[in-house]
Design a protein around this ligand. Structure first.
Ligand code: 5RP
Length: 255
């Protein structure tokens, strides 16, 4: 373990290393974004240099692409890779069914596309990301800049009929200016408190014109590797997750 890691960084480091061990030569691998994913990319870089690991990687952001190249990992576009064997990414929250909130780092759009185009998605997360019900972490929603305030109003109105506790959305900023995603879109962060039916909400959000994508990942993640500050890791798989597999994106839709 590198010296001087805080307990939380140690937790991120150990789960990232365990996930990096799942990667084998010849694989096409999706690389997530965020501080936990940084540990993953660095470990994969070590394996490329020290063990001769050969992979083709599809990064989920320009930040991750730059780091992967610096680490000597071959980077290809998703269209060149076509389909991926494995994607490894962080998360902001996950529930017992392994539904996720993602997008704290602003890369949710590419992250969802890449994870969906993978045989398997493994999330790496410190213990602090475990929740019983999603929603304490504000839900990121990527929107087109044109008419973004109208889009926010439409989302807030739609939320009145949803099983959530709050419904106010804030424009994410970077200094004085709006934060821009890799696609130059904006992010609205919604304080929902509790999301009772994540699959239903994920579908409803994407029906609103102006919404590009939302940070709810339902039935996408197959496994979570949880890291602990004392160096332990724990694996939770979706089929075995508490409450059983949700089975379908449409599982919690009303009849
Ligand atoms: C980026 C993400 C990240 O995976 C998420 O924010 C977790 O980040 P970190 O590993 O820094 O806690 O969704 O869009």
């Amino acid at each position: 373990m590198p010296p001087d890691l805080s307990p939380i960084d140690h937790a991120k480091y150990v789960c990232a290393r365990r996930a990096a061990d799942m990667v084998e030569t010849g694989m096409r691998v999706g690389l997530g974004t965020g501080s936990t994913a940084v540990f993953l990319v660095k470990r994969l870089g070590e394996r490329v240099r020290e063990e001769g690991l050969r992979i083709r990687a599809v990064p989920t952001s320009t930040r991750t692409a730059e780091l992967a190249r610096e680490e000597g990992i071959e980077v290809v576009s998703l269209d060149a890779a076509k389909w991926l064997d494995l994607t490894i990414d962080g998360a902001d929250e996950f529930d017992p069914q392994l539904a996720l909130i993602k997008g704290g780092g602003g890369a949710l759009l590419q992250e969802k596309i890449v994870a969906t185009a993978s045989d398997r998605m493994v999330v790496i997360a410190d213990r602090g990301k475990v929740v019983d019900t999603l929603g304490a972490f504000p839900l990121p929603i990527e929107v087109i800049p044109f008419g973004w305030q109208t889009t926010r109003t439409l989302v807030e109105e739609m939320l009145m009929s949803m099983d959530v506790q709050g419904r106010s959305g804030k424009l994410r900023t970077a200094g004085e200016a709006p934060f821009r995603t890799d696609e130059s879109n904006y992010i609205l962060d919604f304080e929902l408190g509790r999301i009772g039916a994540p699959a239903h909400l994920a579908l409803a959000l994407n029906q609103i014109p102006g919404v590009v994508e939302n940070g709810l990942f339902v039935d996408i993640c197959d496994e979570v590797i949880i890291g602990y500050g004392d160096g332990r890791t724990e694996v939770r798989a979706r089929a075995a997750a508490e409450g059983g597999e949700t089975g379908s994106l449409f599982a919690d839709l009303p009849d």
